[in-house]
Design a protein around this ligand. Structure first.
Ligand code: GDP
Ligand code: MG
Length: 679
């Protein structure tokens, strides 16, 4: 490139006075130093052929120097190859030039300097350019003068031997894969010898050459016709029969241009199946192999080409895809649930594959498929974190929604706990499943079920916690009711201070507890609790009911309260007579006996109060084991200890206190008689 950004070929085109239109640009693809141009890819694009797929043709020409090859090509294809200036008679430089056919999708190669043999030069370039042309061209024009026909030792025949040899190397085993048309154009045909005769001579020569080739053992039986189609045409003398020459050229041209013309030359069977966007890379690879004298096996070349191109196409598709995915990567990473993420992912993925397929499917099928699998893996690997992120975010938001729905559902009164849980749970898991399925991309091995299971697990955990809270709330409520209900019977019984007072209390306890248990069970059915949970709730209820009973009894047997009860009991017997009238002691009354009787009867109450001991042993209550071992409100719970209201020591202490009070009454009673005597 020069500083103005013009390619060499463009400068050439300008310098030669051709129109600067890209279509007529010409490029030396191999120079006289046998270097391959780095510009062919760009040039094919400038020619507008890059996206032609298989919709293009390649033709090359072979023949001795100055046999009018360039002239012919320019006439046939509207190309701009250099034609030797008659006045200067210069040797054209060696190399291969390429032009685009005018208004046709044809790449035309003009191979210069192919008659080193005649000039006594080495035949290296001849051989290499033959290889190169055969590997890429559909039609190889062999250009020769009429008078060269039949000159078996002539330059052309040497060249053909090269072409055949080279072809065996290229397409040896797969004859049918690489058919090429050899089009013999006989120049300056005078007309004395009919074309048919010339054709017969040439064909015989060709077969003789073919026979003389030393073929590998396994290809001994191959015929010339296994590899080549042959076509022959003749052109009149360009100067001596100028008009005829021009009209014949036009006729020949139409066989290249017009698919329906009889003898159409670009038959599909000759196409080398290199997509237009891979031609530059392919040709460069071929030339490199040719240059280093490596075995040129075309299937390998086509595979190499396919690998290179499919990689390139895949890279482009992946880059565009990555660009598209960027928009949603951040929101997902930030914890957002992206609406319609699945649809987007599927579209990006399909886009990338469509792009890849459009350009890569023309290449070697195996390579194309392999690279497609790689691309797909890359696409899916790139999408997978989005999918997993979406699931994680879904999980979180669904759980949050579930919690708040639970909270709302359990507000106020009159709800059915089980129904609230069932509905919220169904909505939560349903929401997750719908969104997770949406995010799924067909053809991947992605799963959302694991995440759903873990969500379900957490939902269950939250529901369980709510249920435990609810149960506790309910048990507390029942306990409060229990306390209210047990209070009065206990008061009454303990005030009665009769031997069967514990029977009354235990009877009331059993009855009230029975009601509480029934209340629990009535409500618990909606909680969907397990039997075990119900068992432990009921055990807790029993234990707390018992503790409530004990608390009530303790309240009624506190020192001052029990002393009050004893005092009352005593006074009732000592200070009042059988009819409830206050006694006025007279000197003759037996105060001592009355005092003793009332005191002893009252003291007898202390052991009665000290233990929960019904007269009817059937009423004896014993706490079930599970209620005792229940871990909860308090750690240790020794039921049998709760049957003791106060110890012997405590009993003695109470009797002492009571005795003191009673003695005071006795003294007072005595005094009152003394006082009445004194009056
Ligand atoms: P190339 O070297 O094979 O590419 O030959 P060129 O196309 O450069 O032509 C070489 C010379 O032959 C030029 O002076 C042409 O004018 C002349 N020429 C081209 N075509 C013919 C032809 O059909 N017959 C004759 N006699 N001369 C031709
Ligand atoms: Mg030429």
């Amino acid at each position: 490139m020069d500083p103005n950004g013009l390619s060499k070929s463009r400068i050439n085109a300008l310098a030669n006075g051709h129109a600067p239109a890209a279509a007529s640009e010409r490029l030396q693809i191999i120079n006289d130093e046998k270097k391959f141009t780095p510009e062919l890819g760009a040039q094919i694009e400038r020619w507008g052929l890059r996206d032609a797929g298989f919709g293009y043709n390649i033709v090359a020409v072979f023949g001795s120097q100055s046999t009018g090859k360039s002239t012919l090509l320019n006439r046939l294809f509207g190309t701009t190859f250099d034609v030797m200036d008659e006045t200067q008679r210069q040797q054209t430089t060696k190399g291969i030039w390429m032009c685009r056919g005018k208004e046709m999708n044809v790449m035309v190669m003009d191979v210069e300097g192919t008659d080193g043999r005649e000039r006594g030069e080495d035949q290296d370039f001849e051989r290499k350019s033959a290889l190169f042309s055969l590997a890429s061209s559909e039609v190889l024009i062999i250009n020769l003068w009429e008078h060269q026909v039949g000159l078996y030792q002539g330059a052309n025949m040497g060249l053909l031997k090269t072409v055949f040899e080279v072809n065996l190397g290229l397409f040896g085993k797969n004859a049918t894969d690489g058919r090429t048309l050899l089009l013999f154009v006989i120049r300056d045909h005078i007309g004395q010898t009919p074309l048919a005769n010339l054709q017969a001579t040439l064909t015989a020569d060709l077969n003789r050459i073919w026979e003389s080739l030393s073929k590998p053992q396994e290809l001994q039986d191959r015929k010339l016709a296994d590899y080549f189609d042959l076509a022959f045409t003749a052109l009149p003398h360009k100067v001596l029969a100028a008009d005829k020459f021009e009209s014949e050229v036009v006729a020949l041209r139409s066989r290249f241009v017009n698919k329906d013309a009889p003898g159409f030359l670009f038959k599909p069977a000759y196409h080398k199946r290199i997509p237009a966007d891979g031609v530059a890379f392919y040709m460069e690879g071929i030339w490199e192999q040719v240059q280093t004298n490596k075995d040129l096996d075309l299937p390998t070349q086509q595979e190499l080409l396919a690998q290179f191109r499919c990689d390139e196409i895949s890279t482009v598709a992946l880059a565009e895809f990555t660009e598209q995915t960027k928009s949603q990567r951040r929101p997902v990473e930030a914890g957002r649930v992206v609406d319609g993420l699945g649809a987007m992912m599927r579209a990006w993925r399909t886009d990338a594959l469509t792009r890849y397929d459009r350009d890569a499917s023309r290449y070697h099928a195996g390579v194309y498929q392999r690279k497609r699998t790689d691309l797909l893996a890359a696409l899916d690997a790139s999408l997978s974190p989005l999918f997993l992120g979406q699931l994680k975010n879904l999980h979180k938001t669904c759980l949050v929604t579930f919690k708040s729905e639970m909270l709302n559902g359990l507000r106020g009164e009159g709800y059915n706990f089980g129904e609230v849980v069932f509905a919220a749970r169904g909505r939560c898991l349903g929401r997750f499943e719908t969104a997770a399925k949406e995010a799924l991309v067909e053809g991947t091995d992605w799963v959302w079920e694991d995440e759903l299971n873990s969500l379900a697990e957490e939902v269950r955990g939250v529901a369980d916690q709510c249920r435990r809270d609810e149960t506790k709330k309910m048990v507390n409520h029942i306990e409060r009711n229990f306390k209210k209900q047990i209070s009065e019977p206990v008061d009454l019984a303990l005030n009665k201070a009769a031997p069967d007072m514990w029977d009354d209390i235990l009877r009331a306890f059993r009855q009230t507890l029975g009601k509480a248990e029934a209340a629990y069970l009535a409500k618990a059915t909606s909680f969907d609790c397990t039997d075990e949970e119900n068992g432990s709730s009921l055990a807790a209820l029993r234990r707390r009911a018992w503790q409530a009973l004990r608390a009530k009894i303790d309240e009624q047997t506190a020192d001052q309260v029990i002393l009050g009860k004893l005092r009352g009991h005593f006074e009732e017997r000592f200070r009042y007579d059988e009819t409830g009238v206050p006694r006025v002691w007279k000197p003759e009354d037996d105060i001592d006996s009355a005092f003793k009787k009332a005191k002893d009867e009252t003291l007898d109450l202390i052991p009665l109060y000290s233990n929960i001991q019904p007269v009817d042993s059937a009423l004896e209550y014993s706490m079930p084991d599970d209620a005792q071992s229940q871990v909860g409100d308090t750690e240790e719970f020794d039921f049998s200890a709760t049957l003791v209201i106060f110890s012997e020591t405590k009993g003695l202490e109470l009797s002492q206190k009571f005795r003191r009070e009673a003695d005071a009454h006795y003294v007072e009673a005595k005094r009152s008689t003394v006082a009445s005597i004194a009056q």
